[in-house]
Design a protein around this ligand. Structure first.
Ligand SMILES: Cc1ncc(COP(=O)(O)O)c(C=O)c1O
Length: 451
């Protein structure tokens, strides 16, 4: 069958997530290797999104493939209550790469259910109910995780999502709610304003009702929002003061993405619960995990944990995770993300200088965003978030796809999240196409043609 026939058959019987079924944005993928994948016609795409922000070690790694094949041959499946070699070894490996005291792991199928299980743990252990999360956050698409999600994706399902979630505002310098004009505002003042806001919410909601605060350590799909120094330390201190658990969502920013194995390491805090998925297997098999302090695991010594799914702890996923973490360590991919990340930062700064359509660039490790605006003065987003893309943004994204760059945008932000094995030359290859695409937006702006 040719590409059109394969695609036709795929579209005929399959239902697509996050898509209108009449016009899903589907690429028929045929093979993938390193930082590239190819369609049936042989067109090559440079994967600037690590597929779904998850293929941290790159595509087609034979060490992970071989570990999975060996696991399939040894023992393809065992129930969630069974011990397997893969389970024993992965628990040991995760304990090794976690801070001291975080030494128990609950396996899930992905990120959303990792977050929902984190909520269960926090509610059980504290005997409290409310969970605080931020407006600019995404924590997954199941009904509990949707409730935790702060951004507009939640609104579609309200009010039938999980009750008990209260949102607060995140420290987003470029669009600060508290400082419309940032001139003269120091980092310390800025950070403190957001911590004061959080403390007021804690007091208004009643600390005796709040089980946990759940944060993406570095906000992902809402635009790579990097917390200012002191912010996470401040959240930790507030949580200690009010006996609230700190839960960090490392689903997207974990496993080397930011230039540390886990993003919270940049700010020297130790959370109580850490959720992960995506980079834990680099997408080679579905898996998520909830890491918890030993005290939280100890709470359940004589109590049942009420939760679990048939495929929790699937041996093939656990074997994939173990091999994947070994690859990250053996190939020094965390270090590579940090080094290439410095280079990316310089290049993004140059793109900002060259293009009037770029309002701000942000990055940490290989986790970057280019925020596009109609004009730098008003900072109006080039296309409205949560609405269909306007003609200019469509032109930019179409140019990138036509020229073989696989990149995702959330509204007016282009996200740069390549595999951690990427080289400077490959980054350069992608950024040159982005440079040309941004020129199209500049032209529309100069002609006053942006809707
Ligand atoms: C920060 C964060 N948390 C949770 C999730 C949900 O993960 P999953 O899609 O594996 O359920 C995502 C997915 O993009 C995410 O980015």
């Amino acid at each position: 069958m040719n590409q059109e026939e394969w695609l036709g058959l795929s579209l005929k019987h399959n239902f697509w997530t996050w898509s209108s079924q009449g016009s899903p944005d589907v690429i028929h993928v045929n093979r993938a290797e390193g930082v590239y994948f190819w369609d049936e016609m042989g067109k090559r795409f440079l994967d600037f999104n690590s597929m779904t922000m998850c293929v941290n070690i790159g595509h087609g790694n034979t060490r992970v493939q071989d570990a999975m094949i060996a696991q399939i041959r040894e023992l393809t499946f065992a129930g969630p209550h069974m011990s397997t070699r893969a389970r024993a070894l992965l628990g040991q490996k995760l304990a090794e790469i976690m801070p001291d005291g975080i030494d128990h792991f609950l396996y899930t199928l992905g990120g959303a259910d990792a977050n929902e299980n984190a909520v269960k743990l926090a509610r059980d252990c504290t005997g409290k109910n409310k969970i605080l999360t931020r407006y600019r956050s995404y924590h997954g698409a199941t009904m509990g995780a949707m409730a935790l999600t702060g951004d507009a994706r939640r609104l579609h399902w309200e009010p039938s999502v999980m009750p008990g979630v209260v949102h607060f505002i995140d420290p987003y310098r470029y669009r600060s709610a508290f400082y419309r004009n940032m001139e003269g505002v120091t980092d310390v003042q800025f950070t403190q304003a957001y911590l004061d806001h959080l403390e007021e919410i804690i007091q208004c909601e009643g600390p005796q009702t709040i089980a946990g605060i759940l944060l993406e350590t570095v906000t992902g799909t809402n635009g790579i929002i990097i917390p200012p120094d002191g912010y996470l330390q401040g959240v930790r201190a507030l949580c200690d003061k009010y006996k609230i658990l700190v839960i960090t969502d490392e689903v997207m920013c974990g496993f080397g993405r930011t230039g540390e194995m886990f993003a919270f390491e940049h700010w020297g805090i130790v959370p109580d619960i850490i959720t992960m998925a995506k980079g834990i297997t680099s997408g080679y098999a579905p898996l998520g995990a909830v890491a918890m302090r030993s005290e939280i695991a100890a709470y359940y010594k004589d109590r049942q944990f009420v939760g679990g799914l048939t495929y929790n702890g699937h041996p093939v996923s656990l074997a994939a995770a173990l091999a994947n973490i070994n690859v990250i360590q053996e190939d020094h991919l965390v270090e590579n993300a940090a080094l290439r990340g410095e280079w990316l930062k310089q290049k993004l700064t140059a793109l900002k200088a060259a293009h009037p359509c770029v309002g701000e660039v942000r990055s940490i490790g290989l986790f970057g965003a280019i925020e596009l605006v109609k004009d730098r003065e008003s900072r109006a987003p080039l296309t409205a978030f949560g609405k269909p893309l306007n003609a200019t943004m469509k032109k930019v994204t179409a140019y990138l796809a036509e020229n073989g760059i696989y990149i995702k945008n959330t509204g007016h932000m282009l996200l740069i999240i390549p595999p951690l094995i990427i080289t400077d030359a490959q980054l350069e290859e992608g950024l040159a196409v982005i440079d040309a695409a941004l020129q199209l937006a500049d032209e529309d702006i100069a002609l006053g043609q942006v809707e």
